[in-house]
Design a protein. Structure first.
Lengths: 325, 182
């Protein structure tokens, strides 16, 4: 595996492989000295053209725990402000000798484009409304460990609630959850659903109350305030009433059901209960697992040798049928 | 003997030979450490883990025989995955489930690393590095079922099941059913 751009490029076998690898990283992170020399001598550049605290610090921590050198490229204080093009930025940093770029960009497809300008590996840390593959992997890992689903998500019902249309998290998570065998229902007002979801392997509902009692996982998306300006919802209060996790809805959750959120949360909007009081809340688990999953991804791209690469390529060719012996 | 020129797998230790070697190594560990106090067995993932488990059982029997009153003593048993410490990181795939698990602190312990085959010594070097991250043992000893030679580093075993001269391209497999050379 050279790049991680799109969850849709991975088959179930490769997702399972990365999650298996994450088990090893979780063990490392629990040690008194959580650091191994696996990526010594490799350089990872965090290139974030969009604000992010948790994803950037998570990648930063992950790279350091594997002993890679990390460069944090702050766009605001760089020559990007002087008008340097993305291509020149990439080519300049590549010339310094780097092994991987972790890229967050507001334009969908930017990480894919960057692969043409550098020999380094690219990890997509979120591009526009398109993809956020490491978020999907860490959410899969959280579900797998919290619900004990090591072999797959067959029979699980996952409801993704909120602003699907503008969410890269929703797009990658739908692909990852369904690849592992889960049944996914998107719950949102029609204005917050993508214009065309033909071909998405999902069901759609406009009534959270109808399925809150039977979902195994309720995945809440952040309700972005700027959507109000675009008049996609009448008011945040109405959104909360219809689609927020209120105390009344939380009381109807199945005992084992998980409540997930990619962060940052809007308390009182989509999360109208205190997540600390929900037995099934995984919000902080997700953050912890985020570091381990990103370690697994960086190790897979930079640390694993030819044997694994050919295997991964072979599996990528037939994503649905590929199995790992 | 004439039938073995075809180059098929050759059984060099039977299941009984392996079992007896493990029992003997158990005795040697107890003898060398003047008992089992402070001894921690650490099986290297994956080939060393079952051997370390059998060593633990064997030492429990030896020790029970020595102190009848006290009953069997469980020597702590851990597992170590050295994948992230190798100097050839990535040349071997990471095996799912073969996670490190060190249940006790290793500070001041007498750690016995257990593996199936000692070859170049690079796995053991990685294991020594990995142990560092779990504490500072008083001593580290090495037990292997087969020493097949061809060392590339100054590492030698303390406890050996069998010295087995091999050529570099041969394959040694150690299981409960015996040791095969192919």
């Amino acid at each position: 595996m050279k790049h991680l751009l799109d969850i849709g490029h991975l088959g179930a076998a490769q997702i399972h492989h990365l999650l298996d690898l994450t088990d090893h990283m979780v063990e490392i992170n629990q040690r008194p000295m959580p650091k191994v020399p696996a990526l010594r001598g490799k350089t990872v550049v965090n290139l974030f053209f969009e604000d992010s605290t948790r994803t950037r610090t998570s990648f930063d921590t992950a790279a350091r725990r594997l002993s890679a050198d990390v460069m944090n490229f702050a766009v605001s204080s760089s020559s990007v402000n002087k008008g340097e093009s993305l291509r020149d930025t990439i080519e300049t940093i590549t010339a310094m000798g780097v092994d991987a770029f972790v890229v967050r960009h507001a334009s969908s497809g930017a990480p894919q484009q960057i692969t043409k300008w550098t020999t380094a590996s690219i990890v997509n840390a979120g591009d526009g409304w398109h993809q956020h593959p490491t978020q999907a992997l860490l959410d899969c890992y959280t579900i797998r460990t919290r619900l004990g689903r090591t072999t797959g998500f067959d029979g699980l019902h996952i409801a993704i609630v909120g602003d699907i249309a503008h969410s890269r998290v929703a797009r990658s998570n739908v692909q990852a959850f369904t690849a592992l065998g889960a049944r996914v229902t998107l719950v949102a007002p029609p204005t917050l659903l993508p214009a065309d979801i033909t071909g998405w392997p999902v069901a759609v509902s406009h009534h959270l109350d109808a399925l809150i009692g039977e979902a195994d996982v309720v995945y809440l998306l952040r309700m972005q305030r700027e959507r109000m300006r675009d008049a996609l919802v009448p008011s945040l209060r109405e959104y909360t009433t219809l689609y927020g996790l209120t105390p009344a809805r939380a009381a109807r959750l199945q005992p084992h059901a998980l409540v997930m959120h990619p962060g940052p949360m809007n308390r009182g909007v989509e999360m109208a209960v205190d997540p600390a009081e929900l037995p099934g809340s995984t919000v902080l688990h997700q953050v912890t697992n985020g570091v381990a999953v990103r370690m697994a991804v960086l190790f897979e791209l930079l640390g694993s040798g030819s044997e694994m690469t050919t295997d991964a390529v072979a599996t990528a060719g037939t994503p649905e049928t590929g199995t790992r012996s | 003997m004439a039938g073995q020129t075809s180059g098929g797998p050759r059984l060099v230790m039977s299941a009984d030979d392996v079992r007896r070697a493990i029992t003997r190594i158990g005795h040697e560990i107890v003898e060398h450490n003047h008992g089992v106090e402070g001894v921690v067995l650490v099986g290297l993932q994956r080939g060393g883990v079952w051997i370390a488990q059998q060593l633990q059982a064997s030492i429990a029997r030896i020790d029970a025989a020595a102190h009848e009153a006290a009953g069997p003593v469980e020597v702590p048993l851990g597992t170590l995955d050295v994948s992230f410490y190798r100097d050839d990181v990535g040349l071997r795939p990471i095996v799912p489930g073969s996670v490190t698990d060190i249940p006790v602190t290793l500070d001041g312990a007498h750690v016995v690393l257990v593996d199936d085959v000692l070859f170049t010594g690079r796995t053991v070097r990685a294991a020594l590095d990995a142990l560092n991250d779990h504490g500072r043992p008083h001593t580290v000893q090495l037990a292997v079922i087969v020493d097949r030679g061809h060392r590339e580093l100054p590492i030698r075993p303390d406890y050996i099941g069998k010295n087995l001269p091999t050529s570099r391209h041969e394959n040694v497999s150690v299981t409960v059913d015996g040791v095969e050379l192919a």
